[in-house]
Design a protein around this ligand. Structure first.
Ligand code: SF4
Length: 448
């Protein structure tokens, strides 16, 4: 039996949370812990919680209780967004020992030592609204070997009326350019070909800096030797500046895919949501991008049934989506988030109406996705195989630069490599392709 103390993690919610769990694991690793599965008996449990919807809170509480039941003697630490917004609620769960929000995670190990001596629960949650500096948490490598997330900023200043996130994450804080570049080099060194720039409000990078912008960061990342692909996880229409378009246009590494959250195509709804653009502005930006980058894939999120959404407003959104042509669209029914202005709005939309609208848009989104993919049938694209296909293990699945999911018959040795594949059968949610060439082979051809 190992004498090392063990720690088990459970992460709820978004990519940023998953990223941060990796960072927290690094802290434990350095302190001499070994990692165990969450379902196993561990000395310490860390639950990284989510609060984006009311369901996020509920799920977080369930997962916390599961750890306490599994090993009542373990030290149970709760961190993340739900811990940040509702520390008292979390502390009130019998068996929770340590609560840390979305900052000061580096203090966790010391808190555990302190708790072991005093046996007194510790509330380490501070006022996130006062945080002004990006908190460094190192993630030298990931469990997933093919795509690495690189967090470039924290927080958001937008306060959209449906969203609780600024209260959980605080205001916009950009990571120092030097730290981002060093982390990118480190990831390339660890063997990653693709880096996904992530954050709470990723496209807002630089808004809190004087002489440095997202466009500057992208230009600097372009120079990182050995880095092949750069993906921006999300960017708001208002953040697609002419400089950003120029830098994407000049780049050999930034992929032909942008996720630009829409939320609604109706100006009156956008206003009630307190989004910072009109449908016309959104379209103008996307049109310019598509002109600069033919074949660009634009993916998006839409909320259906926002309080007061009339049939007319819903139809405006559907028409707008038709005009844009997305390569993939995530459709969410509006769900009340306690503590946000939208949850207090009158004229909440009936669930049945919401469901009907959701289905309508999912149908439209599927159509558009198929249409986008069909354009590439017969063409050769670059992809990075990520894993064995679950249905057919002779195939690997992965994504092309323009974010089409492809299944291709390939050996697992190609996982994480850049390969050229021909799209034989276009479709959605995935395409079937055949192997053409690996990048390694291409280089050989060039040098021989
Ligand atoms: S932009 Fe709006 S939806 Fe996105 S994190 Fe900020 S407040 Fe939330």
């Amino acid at each position: 039996m190992s004498l090392m103390p063990s720690v088990a993690f459970h992460t709820l919610g978004c990519k940023v949370n998953h990223y941060e769990t990796e960072a927290i694991w690094q802290l434990f690793h350095k302190a001499g812990y070994e990692k165990t599965e969450y379902e196993q008996i561990a000395d310490v449990y860390v639950i990284n919680t989510c609060t984006v919807t009311n369901t996020g809170d509920k799920k977080s509480r369930q997962v916390i209780r599961r750890a306490i039941r599994k090993n009542p003697d373990a030290v149970v630490c709760v961190t993340g967004c739900y811990a940040q917004t509702s520390p008292a609620e979390v502390m009130a769960i019998p068996g929770v020992d340590i609560v840390v929000g979305t900052q000061d995670r580096h203090k966790l190990i010391d808190y555990i030592e302190e708790y072991r001596v005093s046996r007194e629960p510790i509330n380490g949650v501070g006022n996130i609204m006062k945080a002004r500096v990006y908190e460094e948490l190192d993630v030298p490598s990931f469990t997933d070997r093919t795509r690495a997330s690189l967090k470039i900023q924290e927080g958001c200043n937008n306060f959209c009326t449906f969203c609780i996130i600024p209260w959980a994450r605080g205001l916009m804080r950009s990571r120092q350019p030097q730290d981002v570049l060093e982390q990118a080099e480190q990831l390339v060194h660890a063997g990653y070909k693709e880096i996904v720039l992530t954050g709470i409000h990723t496209g807002g990078y630089g808004e809190d800096m004087k002489d440095y912008s997202l466009a500057d960061l992208l230009a600097d990342l372009e120079k990182v030797e050995g880095l092949k692909r750069i993906r921006i996880s999300s960017i708001e229409a208002s953040q697609i500046t002419d400089d950003v378009i120029q830098v994407i246009n000049d780049s050999n590494k930034i992929v032909r895919h942008l996720h630009v959250p829409l939320q609604s195509g109706s100006d009156t709804v956008l206003k009630r949501m307190r989004r910072k653009y009109t449908a016309e502005f959104y379209k103008e930006r996307v049109d310019r991008l598509k002109k600069a980058l033919p074949g660009l894939a634009v993916t998006s999120d839409v909320i259906v049934g926002f309080p007061g959404e009339t049939d007319k407003e819903f139809n405006e959104t559907a028409d707008f989506i038709r005009k844009i042509g997305f390569s993939e669209l995530h459709v969410f029914p509006y769900s009340k988030r306690t503590g946000t202005p939208a949850a207090r709005m009158e004229d909440q939309v009936d669930d049945q109406v919401k469901n009907k609208r959701v289905h309508y848009l999912i149908e439209l989104s599927n159509q558009q996705a198929k249409e986008y993919a069909s354009y590439y049938e017969g063409q050769v694209l670059e992809m990075i195989p990520e894993e064995k296909d679950k249905e057919n293990p002779a195939y690997l699945t992965g994504y092309t630069d323009n974010y089409m999911k492809v299944k291709v018959p390939l050996d697992t040795s190609m996982i994480g490599e850049i390969v050229k594949v021909k799209i034989d059968q276009a479709g959605y949610p995935y395409n079937i392709g055949s192997f053409v060439k690996a990048e390694k082979d291409l280089r050989k051809t060039v040098t021989s």
